[in-house]
Design a protein around this ligand. Structure first.
Ligand code: ADP
Ligand code: GLC
Length: 490
């Protein structure tokens, strides 16, 4: 079975968050199951530089405001999987990240940039671009690839099943309605049953409405997005399509996230945790933190945004400090949150340290050196850092929401007695609830001893590899291929 994955970012070439980790590791997991998987990516500078054996497939010509657009093919580093790249220098060869310029503002032609991604996917699927390969199923990720299913249904005579995966419903890809003309999309689709969203055009909604199957990245988030609280105004669409919606938990690439092999002060494993203490001391030294604290070392590796509950954490910081604990933060995001953490570090230099920036190798040192990873998200489609923390013997402290609720089992009497607790879970997105759980976690750390080690070891032994999830995606693809294409909305 031939599957085309369509996405805007991919680890290790270009990454702003968990989407890249998933796009970098799910296709190889499917390939290991024997599927013929290819990835279609925008020709961002890092992508063009990073693929090997790149060759021209076809010239697409001037389109979407770009004078020159060509489709190239090459192989991804590490996995060696085939990748198609859209080389459109005017649209993609820019400094910044996939979505924003160096000033942090969205590119003002993002509708064209990501419209071209979906358009190319559909034309590749129709067999118009590469005579040697066409997919059986097209799998598009998040709003950036959301127009893929719309262009597929618009393509005359094309009966191509599509899967659309929601990684984060909060980013809906909204543009002025009249941009449809730039995108070669007919006005008749700009309706509430189509891709219109409150008088605008939403790429996310297009993906939801025109795909054959919708998935999201955890079972719990699949339920949550059907409710007004988490639906971002699209919960009605989700409920309409509930029969085609499922949640498939993200996996972890344990070749990348493995304390026995990562570049950390001292590698360790579940059979010998000695190296973890060395990693902790090294991290404290690196950031000038005291080694005398009685409480645990808490860490954050995250976008610093309200989604991630970082304002709640700042508010609960006094509770953490009262317990003689420490906090280190690695992240970038909202200016006021960055400033808040910087200020906290400046007034508590031995107990709070902050690194504002994005640093892949440092994120491994944080996972290895910390005792507890904080993920107090307001909403969390899946969340990957809590899964990485589990493998590094770092207990996650998370809010009971989205994929966090699916993956962390609370340290309480019942779960401890049953031998299943793996971390700390709290309920309300509020300072007092987080503060209380931080205090509990500090108490468990201080009294911990053997109990702490048992929870650590249980987490490290858990298997969140891609095996089961890739099998679930494969089942979905098989079902689609067998099923005659359903009637789709006009
Ligand atoms: P999201 O995609 O919503 O940001 P996830 O938990 O799914 O959240 O994935 C975040 C990914 O980005 C993880 O791989 C995490 O390690 C990484 N990450 C986040 N912030 C940073 C940072 N400042 N430096 C390095 N890696 C980071
Ligand atoms: C999004 C979500 C995150 C998820 C990631 C990968 O960025 O915010 O929860 O883990 O996508 O699916």
């Amino acid at each position: 079975m031939r599957i085309l994955h369509v996405a805007s970012e991919i680890f290790p070439l270009v990454k702003t968050g968990g989407l890249a980790d998933v796009v970098g590791s799910l296709p190889p997991a499917l390939a290991r199951r024997g599927l013929d998987v290819r990835v279609l990516l925008p020709g961002l500078p890092e992508v063009l530089d990073g693929v090997v054996d790149a060759r021209l497939v076809t010239r697409i010509g001037p389109i979407f405001g770009a004078a020159s657009v060509t489709l190239c093919a090459g192989r991804l580093p590490d996995s060696g999987l085939p990748a198609y790249l859209i080389d459109a220098p005017f649209l993609f060869r820019r400094k910044g990240n996939p979505y924003t310029g160096p000033d942090g503002h969205d590119w003002d032609d993002n509708h064209r940039r990501f419209g071209l991604l979906g358009w190319t996917a559909a034309h590749l699927a129709a067999g118009e671009l590469d005579p040697d390969w066409t997919p059986d199923v097209v799998h598009a990720h998040d709003w950036h690839a959301g127009l893929t299913p719309a262009y597929v249904v618009q393509s005359p005579g094309l009966d191509m099943p599509t899967v659309f995966t929601v990684h984060n419903l909060a980013f809906r890809g909204i543009f002025p309605m009249d941009y449809h003309a730039d995108l070669d999309l007919p006005m008749r689709r700009m309706t509430p049953r189509g891709m219109e969203f409150h008088g605008k055009l939403s790429f996310m909604k297009a993906g939801l409405v025109y795909s054959n199957k919708i998935t999201t990245v955890s079972p719990n988030y699949a339920r949550e997005i059907c409710t007004p609280e988490f639906g971002c105004g699209l919960d009605g669409v989700m409920r309409d399509r509930a029969g085609d919606l499922s949640g498939i938990l993200n996996g972890v690439d344990y070749a990348v996230w493995n304390p026995a092999e990562a570049r950390i002060a001292k590698t360790y494993s579940v059979d010998d945790l000695a190296g973890k203490k060395i990693c902790k001391r090294a991290l404290q030294l690196e950031f000038g933190l005291s080694s005398e604290a009685r409480g645990p070392l808490f860490a954050v590796v995250s976008r610093l945004t309200s989604q991630k509950g970082m304002d709640i954490l700042l508010a609960a910081l006094p509770e953490l400090l009262q317990e003689d604990a420490q906090l280190i933060v690695l992240g970038t995001g909202d200016g006021d949150l960055e400033a808040g953490f910087r200020y906290a570090a400046s007034v508590n230099p031995e107990r709070v340290a902050v690194c504002i920036g994005y640093d892949e190798s440092m994120s491994h040192r944080f996972m290895a050196g910390a005792d507890i990873l904080l993920v107090p998200s307001r909403f969390e489609p899946c969340g990957l850092t809590q899964l990485y923390a589990l493998r590094y013997g770092t207990l996650p402290l998370v809010r009971r929401v989205g994929g966090l609720a699916d993956t962390v089992i609370d340290v309480n009497e019942e779960n401890l007695a049953a031998g299943r607790a793996t971390g700390f879970v709290f309920g309300e997105a509020a300072r007092h609830a987080l503060g209380a759980r931080i205090r509990d976690a500090c108490g468990f750390y201080r009294n911990g001893g053997e109990a702490w080690t048992q929870v650590q070891e249980r987490g490290m032994r858990q298997d969140f590899s891609w095996d089961d999830s890739a099998a679930n995606y494969e089942r979905l693809y098989l079902g689609l291929r067998e099923q005659k294409t359903e009637e789709r909305p006009e």
